[in-house]
Design a protein. Structure first.
Length: 201
């Protein structure tokens, strides 16, 4: 009987420690990366300024939306998506109801998914068609930089042709020269390469 009581006390202690650890490990902040087509844009999380672009650092987990502002550009707002942290379910399984409630209240039960955001700002005086072309060229260049590099080495290819067409739809040869120069100057950096594509338009 005495042995059973000791075991019960130990199990209870483990469960309580698990509750505390789950809350601590989950944490109330999360690292987030926020970039834009322009540097120096002010970043606000639920109305509170957290930095400027490019940003990479901890932010509170229970945020709802990001807002980017910069003089001369249209303000852009992004609704953040979140998912439940895996450790939250572990907390529930071991009986950590109190810890789980605490995690919900503090935001620790959630994680931003994704935790990387690229928010493009439209400059005043730029048409929506031009802005959409800039965004498309930037995203395509960053996403397919490896394929474009291989196409350049081979002298041709679908990805290279597509990007050249976005840059200079009426002069594919000129577009090819722009892509080749931008890739060389970027040193293979996705962000620099994407930025160069926007600057060329």
């Amino acid at each position: 009987m005495r042995r059973f009581a000791v075991v019960s006390v130990l199990l209870t202690a483990v469960m309580l420690v698990g509750v505390g650890c789950a809350t601590i490990v989950a944490g109330t902040t999360q690292s987030m990366s926020i970039t834009s087509n322009v540097d120096g844009a002010e970043i606000y999380l639920d109305g509170e300024k957290i930095g400027t672009t490019p940003f990479n650092g901890p932010v509170k987990k229970n945020g709802k939306e990001l807002r980017l502002e910069l003089r001369g550009y249209r303000t852009s707002t992004v609704v953040l998506s979140k998912t439940l942290e895996g450790i939250f379910w572990g907390n529930i399984i071991i009986g950590g109801t109190l810890g789980s409630i605490t995690d919900f209240a503090s935001g620790a039960a959630y994680a931003y998914a994704p935790a990387t955001y690229q928010v493009d700002l439209k400059a005043d005086g730029v048409s929506m068609d031009q802005f959409n072309r800039q965004v498309s060229a930037r995203k395509f260049a960053m996403l397919f930089i490896d394929e474009i590099s291989r196409d350049l080495a081979a002298g041709s290819g679908d990805h290279l042709s597509a990007l050249s067409g976005l840059i200079a739809p009426e002069n594919s040869a000129a577009g090819l020269d722009v892509v080749r120069s931008a890739l060389r100057n970027s040193g293979g950096d996705q962000v620099l390469f994407g930025g160069a594509m926007v600057a060329s338009l």
